[in-house]
Each structure stands twice: as structure tokens, then as C-alpha cells.
Unconditional design. Sequence first.
Length: 342
Amino acid sequence: MENEAQHAPPKEEKKVLPFKTKDGFELASTAPATIPALVSGLLVEVGTSILSADPKAGKSTLVRQLLVDVAEDRDFLGMSTLCGDAVYLYLEGPVGAIQQHFQKLGLTNQRGKIHVIDESMCNDKKDSFKRLRENLKTLPNVRLLVIDPLSKLFRLKDSTATDEVTPAMEQLEKFAKENNLHVMALMHEKKEKSQNSRFHNQLGSTGFRGGADTNISLSIQGKDRIISAEQRWGKELEPTFLKFDEVRLVSSLASSVEAVEEEQRGKKDRKTVERIEKEIRYALLDKTLATGEIVKAVTGKRTTILDVLEQMVSRKCLAKSGDGTKTSPYLYSAVEIQKEAA
């Protein structure tokens, strides 16, 4: 036995293959003018995205609109789409719901088709991906795969563990590239919301957020829904209100949250100015007052009151005299009252 061991041929070391490299200059020379997109300005043609929201916030409703817009070659939220087929992994809820919704959305099958899979996924996600690959072999025109929800495909033991989530997201990205399509996954958000960023609200590890090309958040504010998106490529979609058509079950982009808030501030500021103006007129009724006397008689910030005074003088609603010194302070009187007296 010892002799046999001594004279046994040495084991051959497994040959190590280097990584494939690409020429950077060649890549630069052949660069497209824009990154190919499935939805212009929102979703890349080949890549991954996550749409997250609270339960019953309208994730599935919005994603079914995307599916039909891609199939029918229609704009999605005002952004052009790349027409093609789509696969919808509808993993929770009755099929009747999507039947009615597709009908209202006007799905015709005249341009692209939507293929619905409502079977339970395998216990091991690798097996589910294998089966999906077999589906795609017979569906060459698929541009979009939607997973609703992602948790029922991944079946992770601990979705908060980054070392478990990151490889799963890498597998999702690899699947998108191998099959030349975009994969959008739906997931829930945390009950306790982050004040720093709405994209911190995805339920589970930050590996989900880091592994997706685009993260879309759908939130509810009162009766309104707000959509926003962060991008690895391209511009972010700032928080924007969604206008929802309850008859057709279709959403469209409305005003940005910032624009609405600015308008509301403007209205509030105008009301404040109108109130201060009214109080100044009342204080100057049959009187001529100095600046300090007006500030005491009117409610509001001193700087705002002074601004309103100057505006009224420039509009010739008030007459102003004096040079602003101690011996000759600024004095204000109502022009209308002076005219009536004359």
C-alpha cells in the first residue's frame, strides 16, 4: 500500500481560466448616443428594477399598466416604451382581477402579447429560473418580465441578510442579461418609514436596493399616490403625484410634490400679504403713522410688514414722507383717504 501511494501519479492542478476582457477604446468608439431603454428615462432595456410600496398602495395596478403599454406600444406615464411581449409572474391574487384589468386597459394582442404565469414557484429559485428559461426559449420577443411579488420567487430564508440577498439579486441581473430583457420585481415596504430617503423603505436588506438599476417607490399621502424613482443610469424621477382614472384604472403623472408645495406656500403667502395690507389700511384710516406705529398695530413679522408697506407705496396705495431720520421719520398715509378728503 505504501509503495502504491509513493508511485501514484501526481494530481493535475485544475487549469485557471482568466476573465474575458474588452477593449475600452472600442467600447467608447461604438457607444450608443443614449442607453437603450424599455421605458425612456425610467427603465433600461436590459436590466433590473424594483417597485416597492405598502400593501394595497397600487403596485400591481401600476405594473399591469406598464405590461399593457409595452405590449400595445403606448407611452407609460408619458414616457415612450419599446414594444414587445411580456411575461407576468402573477404569484398572488385571483386571476379574475387581472382579466378585468387587462380588458379595461385595452389589451388587443395586435402588437405584443402578455404571457401570464400564475403557478407556484419552486422551493429553490434556481429551479424556477431554469423553468423560466425554458419558457423564454419559445417566447423570443419578450422585452419585460414582471415578478409580482419577488419574495415568492426568491423564497429567501432571511431577506434582511445582505449575504443572502446580494447573490440573489446578482442572479436576477444575470438572468436579465442572458435573456436580453428587463426584469421588474415588486416588493413591500417597511411599516416604519425612513425620513432620509423613501428608497430606504424597501422591506429587507439594502442589497435589494443596491442590486437594482432602478428603484421605484409608490407611497400614499392622504388620498393621493406619489411616485419617485432613483436611477443607476439617467435622471431621477422626483416625487410626483399620480392622477388615477378610476374607470380605466390608469395612472398618469401630475404635478411634482415640490411644485404643489411651492404653490401652496405661494397661496399662503398671498393670503398673509392680503391680511397685512388690510390691517395697514385699517390702521391708517384717517391717520398718518410712522413705521414703528404701523408695525405695532399690525400682526405679522416685521420684515413682512415692511415689505408690504413698500409694495403699497410703489403701487401708490400709500403716501410716504420723511427721510427716515430721528427728526424726520417715515410717515405713511392712505392715498384713497387723502383723495376723498380733497
